[in-house]
Design a protein around this ligand. Structure first.
Ligand code: NAD
Length: 502
């Protein structure tokens, strides 16, 4: 009698280039289900040669797409909207299987990504040019917006559908062809999006998904066909992308990491503030670039606020994100789990006080789980404060005044998002005026702008000058060309070597 050993069947995750599935041409990377800790897939990791081939494919396809009428491009966006909204749960489950966030949270991600598709259904409006009649006698000037050509979008693991949709939708709406290089840790959502675009009528070769790691990214940064790079990820990589892409003459926007502070003023409603801290600190296991990671307690609110946050924490249900009722899933990888565990383990030695220790939570199986942690009496200079943790750890910094709170935030190298909790309009207005951060919430803990605005932080949270999606994305993905026109009578012709003036 023979015994059967169960070997897991791994899903091969190919590239999508020129409308075709392209299998691994060499190296592959392991993809895990973070809730079980088991490897579930094997993603192709592109060589430099494959990236170059994809860039050539995109370049050839882009000529036709650029010439496609704006009305037809809009129809693709309308169809895409229907496909994604009618099958949102399918995409959400793909996200959960590789990222670990709960299905409702993944659905939220899909919905926020869809906002960008909806914004792009009006692409004809967003691409309108400008015209000035009679700038001088018989002379008119107009400005058109033309696509850049081939652009690359390099995305992080934490929003495997939303961040690609932030970028590729506008790039394509503006008439470009795209090389999307998603995170190799949860790559399948990108392939789903490419299929959805194809079903919506996007011609082959306009959206190409090239999976990979540093080798693929470096090939993108050095490829002369690729004229612009959009990046979202950690600060060291963002800085690297910005520098190398700019050195190669590319247009670049590179969004980096974050350390988002939420100020709680003495007049704030502490129950609402505690609810907000829990939701924004532990949602998606803290793996959101707009997660609150530092609560700044002003004046004498600290003891009551810490108590209110702590008393809510046992109710946060941690587990497999596909299970109904679960509110917080696992971290993305075992490495991430070890890193986050290290911050909590080191906090006491640094002089902080661990009020709730997430390491004490046990979830059955080998998933990458840690419970929510609350660390009080944190201060600048401690690792737990200075570094981006990117996990379910809320730090509390106690300060004496509003001015101290603002100085703390303005001294931080990151400046992605921040929030103030107060019932006083004057304080809120002053905060908006004083704070050196790109996205601000007034009694809103995760102030991610709606799709009609643009998204981006300041300082080490963004390298470049253009924010993502919305109106600024149409700026980023187009080149402005200014045309000066005159229709003179032949009899008016004359030679003049002087510099033209009106
Ligand atoms: P990451 O920087 O590790 O990876 C981002 C992308 O860069 C991936 O596609 C990855 O393959 C690639 N990459 C990784 N190492 C590289 C290297 N050495 N050379 C070239 N390319 C490399 O980021 P992540 O862990 O996937 O995502 C989490 C980070 O992203 C956090 O720091 C988070 O704050 C940040 N983030 C920021 C925003 C924002 O809007 N500012 C949004 C989402 C995530």
């Amino acid at each position: 009698m023979s015994t059967t050993i169960d070997t897991p069947v791994l899903t091969a995750i190919p590239h999508v280039i020129g409308g075709e599935r392209v299998a691994a041409d060499g190296r592959t990377g392991a993809v895990f289900n973070p809730a079980t800790g088991a490897q579930t897939g094997e993603v192709a990791l592109a060589s430099a040669a494959l990236v170059q081939e994809a860039a050539r494919t995109a370049q050839a396809a882009q000529r036709g797409w650029r010439a496609t009428g704006l009305g037809k491009r809009q129809q693709v966006m309308f169809r895409l909207r229907e496909i994604i909204s009618s099958r949102a749960e399918e995409l959400a489950r793909i996200i959960t299987a590789e990222h670990g966030k709960t299905v409702p949270d993944a659905l939220g991600e899909v919905t926020r990504g869809l906002e960008n598709v909806e914004f792009c259904t009006s692409l004809m409006h967003h691409l309108k040019g400008e015209y000035s009649e009679q700038v001088a006698g018989g002379i008119d000037v107009h400005q058109v917006r033309q696509p850049i050509g081939v652009v690359a979008c390099i995305t992080p693991f934490n929003f495997p559908a939303m961040v690609p949709l932030w970028m590729v939708t506008t790039a394509i709406a503006a008439g470009n062809a795209v090389i999307l290089k998603p995170s190799e840790r949860d790559p399948s959502a990108a392939n789903w999006i490419a299929d959805a675009f194809a079903e919506a009528g996007l011609p082959a070769g306009i959206l190409n998904v090239v999976h990979g790691d540093k080798e693929a990214v470096d090939a993108i940064l050095d490829d002369p066909i690729i004229r612009a790079v959009s990046f979202v990820g950690s600060t060291p990589i963002a800085k690297y992308i910005y520098t190398r892409a700019a050195e190669n003459g590319k247009r670049v926007q590179a969004l980096g990491g974050a350390k988002n502070h939420m100020i709680v003023m003495p007049d704030a409603d502490l129950d609402s503030a505690a609810d907000a801290a829990i939701s924004a600190g532990y949602g998606s296991a803290g793996e959101r670039c707009m997660a609150v990671s530092v609560v700044v307690a002003v004046g004498d609110v600290a003891d009551a606020l810490v108590a209110k946050i702590a008393e809510r924490m046992p109710a946060v249900t941690v587990g497999d994100g596909t299970e109904p009722g679960v509110e917080m899933g696992p971290l993305i990888t075992r490495d991430a789990l070890e890193r986050v565990t290290g911050f909590v383990a080191g906090a006491e030695a640094e002089g902080a006080r661990v009020v709730v220790d997430g390491r004490e939570l046990a979830v059955d199986g080998d998933g990458f789980f840690i419970g929510p942690s609350l660390v009080d009496e944190v201060a600048p200079g401690m690792r737990v404060y200075d570094e981006e943790i990117f996990g379910p750890v809320l730090s509390v910094v106690r300060v004496g005044s509003y001015d101290e709170a603002v100085a703390l935030i303005n001294d931080n190298r990151y400046a992605n998002g921040t929030a103030v909790f107060t019932r006083d309009g004057k304080t809120a207005r002053q905060f908006e005026f004083d704070i050196e951060v790109g996205m601000v919430g007034i009694n809103v803990p995760i102030p991610v702008p709606v799709g009609a605005f643009s998204f981006g932080g300041w300082k080490d949270s963004l390298f470049g000058d253009t924010h993502m999606y919305g109106p600024e994305a149409f700026q980023f993905y187009t080149r402005r060309k200014v045309v000066t026109t005159r229709w003179p009578e032949p009899s008016e012709s004359q030679i003049s070597l002087g510099f033209p003036t009106h």
